[in-house]
Design a protein around this ligand. Sequence first.
Ligand code: PSU
Ligand code: MN
Length: 306
Amino acid sequence: MHPLLAFSPEVAHARNTGAPIVALESTIISHGMPYPQNVQMAREVEQIIRDGGAVPATIAIIDGRICIGLSEAQLEQLGTAPDAMKVSRRDLPYVLSQSKLGATTVAATMICAELAGIKVFVTGGIGGVHRGAETSFDISADLQELAQTSVAVVCAGVKSILDIGLTLEYLETHGVPVLSVGQRGFPAFFTRESGFHADFQLDTPAEQAAFIHAKWRLGLKGGVVVSNPVPEADAMPREEIDRITEQALQEAAAGGISGKQVTPFLLGRIKELTGGRSLATNIALVKHNARVGAALAAAMLAHPEA
Ligand code: PSU
Ligand code: MN
């Protein structure tokens, strides 16, 4: 076992008994949602995964260790600490060696999940190519991680704060397949449709698991995006979210927001400008992804190649 990993008792037990495990990120807790909704969301998502027959492993960097599975107190700490760092691939050596508190992004969570032998990871939305990336070069490290780290990521697509078309082009170039569940369309986080298609629609966990096993069986390293649209009843009106997204993007540009602050700034402004309704949608879609992820983790183990 890797010396930097610290498993919670629940996850350690799952490893010993061969139970399905689902990784969860922590930037969504520290930087993606306000307190106390963030901690409550984290707890409820963990419970949905348990109810789905799998074991949740929320990942964060605490006291110089990569924690795989967090206690109640650790979830609370991440949800309230003003100094929790947003940790992507680049930042992992710093938070670990300096024993800082670190919340892992999709990229860093994938790295840690792979080290821990976890194949399925559930989140809300992945990072992507930002609008205007041709001059800003702002492309989330999540995409490069998907290109090289072998973990399946269940998400509700990418937000329209990003350039969704360029994000899909980037993933294609790097050989990252984008699956969709229940529809052809690639979802846009707050809305079910983005105007783009996913590469392959695979509705059942068994089909998704067979696809992922086939990729890795070929020796093709890297992730698979499993995109799952927000439930109809929880989706936001498209015109409203588009208008608010434009406003948030203009404010970010006017305020000179750059680097790793961009995504948290946009998420926070969208929440304010929708009077908190975007937060309810965000929580609902993560819960929906947790159901899909738990079923996928079980199907991955049930597959003959597991
Ligand atoms: N998108 C969301 N909610 C989030 C994030 C993205 O809808 O919380 C977080 C994830 O942790 C993702 C990170 O990995 O933001 C991407 O940040 P950046 O764009 O700086 O790479
Ligand atoms: Mn960025």
